[in-house]
Design a protein around this ligand. Sequence first.
Ligand code: IMP
Ligand code: MG
Length: 492
Amino acid sequence: MSFSSRRRNYHLVPHRKDELIGWMKSMLIHSFVLDALESTAGDTFSHFETLINEHLRVSKSQDPNDQMSRLKQIVPTVGTFHTPLPLRKAFEAYNTKYSLTKRKHICISFNEIRHILNLAQIMAFVEEGRRMRGLSMSIHDYEEEQDPNTSNESSNESFHGPKLITFDGDQTLYSDGANFESNSELAHYIYLLLRNGVFVAVVTAAGYEYVTSKYEMRLSGLLAYFKNKKLSDDDCSRFFLFGGECNYLLRLGSDYKLHAVNEHGVGGWMSSTKYLPETPSNWPEDDIKTLLDIVEESLTHSISDLKLRARILRKKRAIGLIPIKLNDQLPREGLDEVVLRVQTTLTSKDNANRVNHLPFCAFNGGNDVFVDVGNKRVGVQILQSFCDINVEETLHIGDQFLKSAGNDRAARDVCPCVWIINPDETTYILKNILRLAGVISSSHSDEDTAMQNDNHEKKVDSGDGGVTIDHDAKNVSMDIDEMARRSSLAEK
Ligand code: IMP
Ligand code: MG
């Protein structure tokens, strides 16, 4: 293939793959074929762990003698890591439960590696929390401190999970295009995070300027849950929503409604983060218009060229390609093509100088394509600055991490991330964060009791598939069984 045809057919390169996970999978295949996974997989995960730690060290290093990390050489598109990942421990825990290494016909899958990475990321937060507390005390010990008959809903002094958790909206908190209606299990875990001093923010691409009722509608069930539980003023004030990726910041008031945060003046979020080069207050209006014009032209051309039954929706800071009829399904391949065309156009030589200094995000939203001015990197960074929270204390949870067309990927630059594929997996992740942080116990779920008393009653399947992880000879209980159950539907 000639260079020009390779460039023209850049799209031939599989764009719906994650190269890091793909590489990990390929590393495991050799042992699988030789039927040697049982004895070698643990070491392979240790090797991944070593390479990631080295990559982390090199990327943080100011020393000019530090070369490109080995991991970067092997997987050039590898993203940023912010904490070490105890991958061997996570793998062993997962393998204890699922006997991955006993399988003769099916090798460790993409989704299983994704789960192991997620598990390792959660474990990393807990290990850091224990280290900060100078711990000789394990999570297990911590749990035993609690009177199992009392709810441990508020223990913010000892909470040692992330201090800021940012959530994507669509497909992370609610299904694509739907609203957070009545998911009392997920609502309860978010409520517990707030009760334990955690800052929580929904960082969504959906942008309706400061029309608060539209965002409230999307979060209706969650806000109703807070109201029903009489969440305190202080706890409410730690809940944010960033609309349009990083364009419209809202905060929960004591009336359980969202209110725009002042952009300028004392305490204004734009003025106080002006020192961040990418913040919206540093974007010239003319450049925003130029970017949207370029995108509009590209989208219009794509609609006719690809014969898509779609139309353009132009907003102040975003532009979308959406189905003409609300319930029509647009072809996934067509949407991916549109995204890649827009990205190629915006990063082309011609346009680079005109708009390239503006952060943007072009992505396939499932049944639409949106190009937003701004992205989740900027959104999360502003929240970190506004709430005074460090990178390593932040966690972003989202469903779109593919390099080519995912809008959560940008958050990886500024914080650790967990890649889920549906709200059930989000629920599972929060449950384990709360367990490991000592808020809910694995043997006796406080949340079960709390929820049974709840008007929005829904039985919590606490799962009895908890697995015990040897955590430096201390026990941490995680419900891995539930993770697989929650993911299985989506994998079909
Ligand atoms: P997220 O997954 O919460 O980031 O939301 C992404 C979805 O929000 C997109 O797929 C769209 O369906 C919807 N959306 C509505 N308005 C906008 C917008 O202005 N920009 C991007 N996405 C939007
Ligand atoms: Mg999403």
